[in-house]
Design a protein. Structure first.
Length: 239
């Protein structure tokens, strides 16, 4: 495996690319992953977002380590793995071994996220903590020093293609106020050209996008458009 980025390198690359669009492979064409990967690389994305669902923490079921490991052999992109699973502590090492760079667990899935976040860092990955729309920022405020990334869900975790929930904007603003630029702020769910600008203005640096990319014929078109709107929202002109 060519993959050997450590946590500081992962975070430096994510910061350098921000604000950035992370395609969520949940809505991709799984019958031709190699072609999907090629199209996304041509669109110059820096990171891919993997939605791992176990049918228990969320009703839906997706994929696990083998899919991530198979793609790891084909690309050097940063792998951002969003675990929507119960008992994440049992699995984080396997996801790191499969090639995950950022490993995000859900606050609602554990009693105390701290030991799992610390374990993710010990494995050399960046540690992410996700909160669903109903979970207030206050419940994770004391845990922010253990997080490299906070993922604010703008839909209830579990399915792609849902409508953006504006509660995420308030939470992003709140997190920006309390945390400055560390941890990195990520938002996921219902992001499109109409909603991405507000997310970036509210402090999001990593923008996860599924259906708005994969419903297009040529992924490069929505990705460049989303990137331009995201950069424009904080006064950076497109490339
Ligand atoms: C939802 C997932 C998201 C989802 C985003 O549980 O975490 O990553 O795939 O998809 P869209 O952009 O379609 O809301
Ligand atoms: Zn996700």
């Amino acid at each position: 495996m060519t993959h050997c980025r450590d946590r500081s390198e992962i975070l430096a690359q994510l910061r350098a690319a921000a604000p950035s669009v992370l395609p969520s492979l949940l809505s991709c064409d799984f019958s031709n992953l190699e072609r999907e990967l090629q199209q996304l690389q041509e669109a110059a994305v820096t990171s891919l977002h993997f939605d791992v669902m176990d049918g228990v923490f969320v009703p839906n079921f997706t994929y696990g380590m083998p899919v991530i490991a198979a793609l790891r052999d084909r690309t050097n992109l940063i792998f951002d793995v969003h675990l929507m699973i119960t008992e994440p502590a049992r699995h984080v090492k396997h996801f790191r071994d499969a090639g995950a760079d950022v490993i995000t667990i859900h606050a609602e899935a554990v009693n105390d996220p701290r030991p799992v976040l610390d374990e993710i860092r010990r494995l050399g990955a960046a540690a992410g903590l996700a909160i669903n729309p109903a979970t207030p920022v206050e419940t994770i405020e004391s845990i922010l020093p253990n997080c490299d990334v906070v993922l604010v869900m703008s839909v209830e975790a579990g399915f792609g293609g849902q409508a953006f929930n504006e509660v995420a904007l308030e939470k992003l603003k709140q997190l920006s106020m309390v945390s400055g630029s560390d941890p990195l702020l990520e938002v996921d769910g219902g992001i499109n050209v109409a909603t991405i600008g507000g997310c970036v203005e509210s402090g999001a640096q990593l923008l996860v996008v599924g259906s708005a990319i994969f419903s297009a014929e040529d992924y490069q078109v929505p990705i460049s458009e989303l990137r331009d709107v995201a950069k424009g929202a904080i006064g950076i002109s497109g490339n």
